[in-house]
Design a protein around this ligand. Structure first.
Ligand code: CMX
Length: 137
């Protein structure tokens, strides 16, 4: 099985507008693909190219997962996202290994890719997202 590439690192922030200049300075890139993902109660923007991009996440609702994270821990690293060829197959594999899944099935995420989350209690304390690119790469 080929190694899964790190697609992005999710960083929780209170405000995209306030945080973008700092992360644009760090990455040397302009934010792109800004989008509200209403199902997750977040607005996201990406920075950086190739593997290991950054995704800034800001809450759009007080009851969203990112709002809860910010209230408890403050801004910082929120999740790692790995690119896989088949999210459902990976979920089935993790379930068979006894891992705790947040999503039983893939769902549409940012940029139209299929995504699913694994619970941090089963992934070494690191919230982990699996992403199946809509273009198959
Ligand atoms: N990374 C690591 N651990 C985390 C975490 C995170 N991002 N978020 C929560 N936890 C830990 C908490 O610290 C807590 O641990 P303890 O019990 O030891 O204190 C435990 O998980 C339970 O956390 P909680 O605060 O009670 O929060 P919830 O159970 O309500 O939710 C989680 C936690 C991970 C299930 C929830 O945030 C979730 O479903 N996340 C997946 C969806 C998501 O994050 N969407 C936003 C991104 C969307 C996108 O990228 O498009």
């Amino acid at each position: 099985m080929p190694a899964h590439a790190l697609d992005h690192v999710g960083i929780a922030v209170h405000s995209l507008d306030e945080s973008l200049p700092l992360f644009e300075s760090i990455t040397g890139d302009k934010g792109y693909a800004r989008e509200r993902v209403e199902s997750q109660g977040v607005e996201v923007v990406f920075l950086g190219r190739g593997d290991g991009r950054l995704e800034l996440l800001a809450p759009t609702r007080d009851d969203s997962a990112v709002a809860k994270f910010l209230a408890k821990r403050g801004p910082g690293m929120h999740h790692l996202c790995y690119r896989v060829p088949d999210v459902q197959a990976e979920l089935d594999r993790y379930r068979a290994e006894g891992a705790r899944l947040i999503d039983e099935h893939p769902r549409p995420g940012a940029s139209g890719h299929l995504v699913a989350f694994l619970h941090p209690k089963s992934t070494g304390g690191v919230l982990t997202e699996l992403l199946q690119a809509s273009d198959g790469h």
